[in-house]
Design a protein around this ligand. Sequence first.
Ligand SMILES: NC(=O)c1ccc[n+]([C@@H]2O[C@H](COP(=O)([O-])OP(=O)(O)OC[C@H]3O[C@@H](n4cnc5c(N)ncnc54)[C@H](O)[C@@H]3O)[C@@H](O)[C@H]2O)c1
Length: 327
Amino acid sequence: MAFYAGKKVLIIGGLGFIGSNLAHALVQAGATLSIVDARLEDHGANDFNLSGIADQVSVTMADVRDRAAMTKAVSEQAVIFNIAGQTSHVDSMVEPWLDNDINTRGQLVLLEACRAVNSEVKVVYCGTRAQYGAPQYTPVDEHCPMLPIDIYGVDKLAGELYHFLYQKICGLRAVSLRVNNTYGPRHQMKHAKYGVQNYLLRLALEGKEISVFGDGNQQRDLNYVDDVVQAFLLAGEKEEAVGQAFNLGGQEPLTFVELVAKLIQYAGSGSYKHVPYPPDRAKIETGDFVADIRKAQKILGWEPKVSLDDGLKKTVEFYRQFKQHYF
Ligand SMILES: NC(=O)c1ccc[n+]([C@@H]2O[C@H](COP(=O)([O-])OP(=O)(O)OC[C@H]3O[C@@H](n4cnc5c(N)ncnc54)[C@H](O)[C@@H]3O)[C@@H](O)[C@H]2O)c1
């Protein structure tokens, strides 16, 4: 994308799954790229994620909650992709303080740093479908009431609202992408606390049995990570996106159990069985979720281009080749 050539761009959370895939695209587009990441325990930070571009990126280990580090990091940037977060729904319900500290207070630290030294910078915030909770209707458009059913969803919603508030306070040019379930290369594959579709692929690749909670008939709407990266690039570029939130979603919804069957098909191994919902998972199950993506199509000019079949083939190929860095 020509827009990014020679531009100073910062990714916060750039060693993780979405952030590092975005980093590869930005280096290819000629951006002068910096990454800040705290390497949060149990999350996706992985040096191998920058393999092939590490010498073209400046990486600083710092936390979004660190005022001095954020003030230094945001200065003179043209675009900031704010992707760092505590990402586990389950953990947010067991131990809410870390989620709250990173996903709300940390966001304020970052926004205050922008107000102090770069008040009109373009910031693309990584929101989530979890902001809608168990949606009041599907397909879910951006007018659907946001009634999160876990601490993570409440905190991510607050983070988004803070971004739009700073637009009013200091002219920050904020955009939010409400990211849907995303799969693909460079995800952590060590546990199922978040990004479960990725971890289940590991189980299938290892020939193990996958537990499907309940009947597994809830609808899911997945994106291959390259499509999500494209949405971030477009949101960072387009002026029409400022002040707007956009839902992301895939080409065709499918049920969770159909997804599991596809993981097993493309892995060429594994099996599944139905088990009762564990109580902690039942509390945070959203039911059917299908996004209405017409706003992103119209304003960002974005389309999910990678079919689930093609995306899964690429994902299986990646982890077969590089599993020693992820499993
Ligand atoms: N992957 C998905 O399916 C999905 C869906 C919806 C929303 N999201 C959102 O996408 C974002 C990225 O998720 P991901 O899947 O890439 O996860 P990830 O764990 O792979 O990446 C998150 C990165 O942020 C870093 N980080 C966490 N806390 C930090 C802090 N306090 N300061 C600095 N860095 C910190 C981590 O070290 C990690 O490298 C999150 O904000 C998440 O809420 C992801």
